[in-house]
Design a protein around this ligand. Structure first.
Ligand code: AMP
Length: 396
């Protein structure tokens, strides 16, 4: 797939009705108050550009899981209010998505005005990518802009289907995601070092396989490392292990050798006598974990080796924690890797999910080149899969 997609700056938008798919899936408390407006703030550059160019801006998004039914609990009205405050203009809120109110308000929009449709998931047709629903949504506008990276791996009506009926380009958020991650995969500053962690090998099979074609060094930490250690004959006690992935792990070890990739797996590990914050702990060789104990973090020698690999990197891609970082006692590996990436001069790309929250929590956000806004989407991107919400956009 090509990562060179047309963006809002590559087409004329003045005077046009532009349907923009945003990610307004914001967290709310039990009273419906928005507890973090980060996603709304992140959408501002695209919206402000379109307003300034004199486009008629029609925004849409999903919020939560209304399961195809109208449910005020999942209304986007609070988002319209907050967005209006941030933009300093009032945002027109439609009462429906493709109903009479949305149609009338879209038709009456003036240049530079902004409106927000109701939750696209009020219709079950959204997630089914129903062509009739996508066509109706598209009929509100003359152009489509996708700026919701977090849902771009889903072929839904508002993330991909509408592009069958409208010229489609990306907004600033998606443009940044695909240009930085695309470059890291296609023409990276080398050495390219990828660090994978988290609990399961099975979640990252495609990612490991694809990255072995691209990287100079592949580092594997977290719970998934023990399947690799066990596959190579190590004793891992009660550590996480996916018995049905042992052959796959060996295949990947062989592939790394064949591709001349430096595959780094933990040599020492911090073990615990139970899965708990207050467990007794010790440091042992990663392939000699005593019976009854489990590895919950990488050991100090492993951390040092991983940090050295990061120090010499031209580009680092990181996805998944090195240990059970939720327990302070076993958070050192994840923190140490985050700190090394923050300190290095490498281009640094952090996948969404746990690694992104660890980086933010540790205050390293500004030190990173790019923190992806989509966990699932960034993993599929690293797998080399075609993301429907990006594939549907016009090539540059
Ligand atoms: P994932 O959802 O696959 O990205 O994995 C994230 C989870 O992996 C976190 O909740 C970690 O606590 C967990 N994890 C990381 N290392 C280990 C480990 N050694 N044993 C058990 N769980 C782990």
């Amino acid at each position: 797939m090509t990562y060179q997609k047309k963006s809002i700056e590559d087409i004329a938008v003045a005077g046009k009705k532009v349907l923009v798919r945003c990610d307004f899936n914001v967290p709310q408390d039990e009273t419906g108050a928005i507890t973090s407006d980060k996603r709304i703030v992140a959408s501002l550059p695209t919206i402000q550009y379109l307003m300034k160019q004199g486009a008629k801006v029609i925004l849409c998004s999903h919020l939560g899981r209304p399961k195809g039914e109208v449910n005020p609990k999942f209304s986007l009205a609070p988002v319209a209010k907050r967005l209006g405050e941030l933009l300093g203009v009032s945002v027109i809120m439609a009462e429906d998505v493709v109903g009479a109110d949305a149609k009338a308000k879209a038709a009456a929009l003036k240049d530079g005005e902004v409106m927000l449709l109701e939750n696209v998931r009020y219709h079950k047709e959204e997630e089914k990518n129903d062509p009739a629903y996508a066509k109706e949504l598209a009929s509100l506008a003359e152009l489509y802009v996708n700026d919701a990276f977090g849902t771009s791996h889903r072929a839904h009506a508002s993330t991909a289907g509408v592009a069958d009926y409208l010229p489609a380009v990306c907004g600033y958020l998606i443009n940044k995601e695909i240009s930085i991650m695309g470059q890291a995969l296609e023409s990276p500053k080398r050495p390219l070092v990828a660090i994978l962690g988290g609990s399961k090998v099975s979640d990252k099979i495609g990612v490991i396989n694809n990255l072995l074609e691209k990287v100079d060094t592949l580092i594997i930490g977290g719970g998934m490392a023990y399947t690799f250690i066990r596959a190579q004959g190590g004793k891992i006690g009660n550590s996480l292990c996916e018995e049905d992935k042992l052959d796959y792990a060996l295949e990947m070890v062989a592939k790394a050798k064949a591709k001349n990739v430096n595959l780094c797996i933990p040599t020492d590990t911090i073990i615990a006598d139970k899965f708990a914050a207050d467990a007794a702990s010790d440091v042992v060789a990663a392939d000699a974990i005593p019976d009854g104990w489990m590895g919950l973090d990488i050991g100090p020698a492993t951390l040092k080796a991983f940090q050295d690999a990061v120090k010499n990197a031209g580009t680092v891609i990181w996805n998944g924690p090195m240990g059970v970082f939720e327990f302070e006692k076993f958070a050192g590996g994840t923190k140490g890797v985050a700190a090394a990436i923050a300190e290095s001069d490498a281009i640094s790309i952090i996948g969404g999910g746990d690694s992104a929250s660890a980086v933010k929590k540790l205050g390293f956000e500004k030190e990173m080149t790019h923190i992806s806004t989509g966990g699932g989407a960034s993993l599929e991107f690293l797998e080399g899969l075609e993301l429907p919400g990006i594939a549907c956009l016009e090539d540059k």
